[in-house]
Design a binder for this molecule. Structure first.
Ligand SMILES: C[S@@+](CC[C@H](N)C(=O)[O-])C[C@H]1O[C@@H](n2cnc3c(N)ncnc32)[C@H](O)[C@@H]1O
Length: 229
């Protein structure tokens, strides 16, 4: 996948994303990259986790698919705004070069301090924990889900793989047991997908699964919670 040519694309909310012509696949929703990320991962994920765990002041996030770093950036902003200390642990099988990410256009889209924060996330080294701000530490790991062995447990999972049409193997039942085993009680799993087989796989693993309204252009998405002990 590393040799696939990627083209910048402006989505409906004015924010950019990457498009892979060979797969006819986007890194984010063409209906609005930022809108989608804010809805799926921040509102239905981070904010929902806070509502479920109002006494917590720290949160460990696991992201499947670092991509352009957009989810990491929006979570770093949310962490400061909500006074929650976040450790954001993200895996990526096909890392984009920092220059490639900058060409997507977020560095021009975000201004001032936001631009600085975004670039810190993109420029920081891989494979080691880096303090990005007072409320946000980041670990970017160059590995695939298939080869990843979890070393800690998480409060929140962002499952942000490419769609099942492009990468069906990332939506099979065997993708989820290790993730769910490492999700803390009261923890939240979110993905933009509403796929029935994924919903049933998560239910079989003991999660309480809801289909909640999706971002613009998508009727529903999966939000799942690991019940408290
Ligand atoms: C939808 S994009 C993620 C977008 C990203 N979260 C963002 O904020 O820009 C999916 C990502 O999953 C990565 N990916 C594909 N196969 C993978 C695998 N087996 N393990 C880990 N990451 C994978 C892709 O390279 C791509 O960056």
């Amino acid at each position: 996948m590393q040799k696939i040519s990627k083209i910048q694309h402006l989505t409906a909310d004015g924010s950019p994303t990457l498009y892979m012509e060979q797969f006819d696949e986007y890194y984010h929703s063409k209906h609005g990259a930022i809108q989608e990320a804010l809805h799926v991962y921040l509102k239905m994920g981070f904010t929902h986790w806070q509502q479920q765990n109002p006494k917590r002041t720290d949160c460990r996030v696991f992201e499947m698919g670092f991509g352009t770093g957009l989810n990491a950036f929006l979570t770093a902003e949310a962490a400061s705004n909500s006074n929650i200390e976040v450790l954001f642990d993200s895996i990526e099988a096909y890392p984009l070069a920092a220059e490639e990410v900058k060409e997507v256009g977020y560095s021009a889209y975000f201004k001032g301090e936001r631009k600085q924060l975004f670039e810190q996330i993109i420029d920081c080294p891989w494979e080691r924990e880096t303090q990005i701000s007072s409320h946000f530490n980041l670990i970017k790991r160059h590995t695939s889900l298939e080869n990843y062995s979890f070393q800690s447990s998480y409060d929140l999972v962002y499952y942000d793989a490419f769609g099942a049409r492009t990468q069906p193997e990332l939506w099979e039942d065997n993708c989820f047991p290790a993730i769910v085993e490492n999700l803390n009680p009261g923890g939240v799993f979110v993905t933009y997908s509403a796929k029935g087989s994924v919903r049933r796989a998560l239910e079989r693993l003991g999660l309480s699964v809801s289909l909640v309204p999706g971002p613009p252009g998508k009727r529903e998405m999966i939000q799942a919670v690991r019940p408290l002990l």
